[in-house]
Design a protein around this ligand. Structure first.
Ligand code: FES
Length: 118
């Protein structure tokens, strides 16, 4: 397998992956950056969007051989530098906003529904 060098969230990395592997799977499966999500796999939903260079791209459609040598910023990279006041939101980013965590947050902070008039 070829090795590809790139910069991910400010860190230099070398990935030993197939040339046609989508950037999405390299980020998630090889680097463990699971904040980037798989949705449709056909460039329609945007769940896999990352910045490649300065441009947002659908990482499910970018092959590793095309991404090599470039800089990538994922949602984890966007979370860097957030101050302490934003820690709960940052924790959500770090854990990829899993449904269970959102459900727990909802239960801890109930929101009153609309009142019925009788
Ligand atoms: S997974 Fe939907 S656009 Fe990439």
């Amino acid at each position: 397998m070829p090795k590809y060098k790139m910069r991910v969230n400010g860190d230099d990395v070398e990935l030993d992956v197939e040339a046609n592997m989508p950037l999405l799977w390299a980020l998630r499966d090889v680097l463990g950056l699971v904040g980037t999500k798989f949705g449709c796999g056909i460039a329609q939903c945007g769940a896999c969007t990352v910045h490649l260079g300065d441009a947002p791209v659908r990482s499910c459609m970018v092959r590793m051989e095309d991404a090599a040598g470039q800089s990538v910023r994922t949602i984890e990279g966007l979370a860097e530098g957030i101050d302490d006041a934003a820690q709960p939101a940052r924790a959500g980013v770090d854990h990829g906003f899993r449904d269970a965590e959102l459900g727990a947050a909802t239960r801890a902070h109930p929101v009153e529904g609309p009142k019925r008039h009788q």
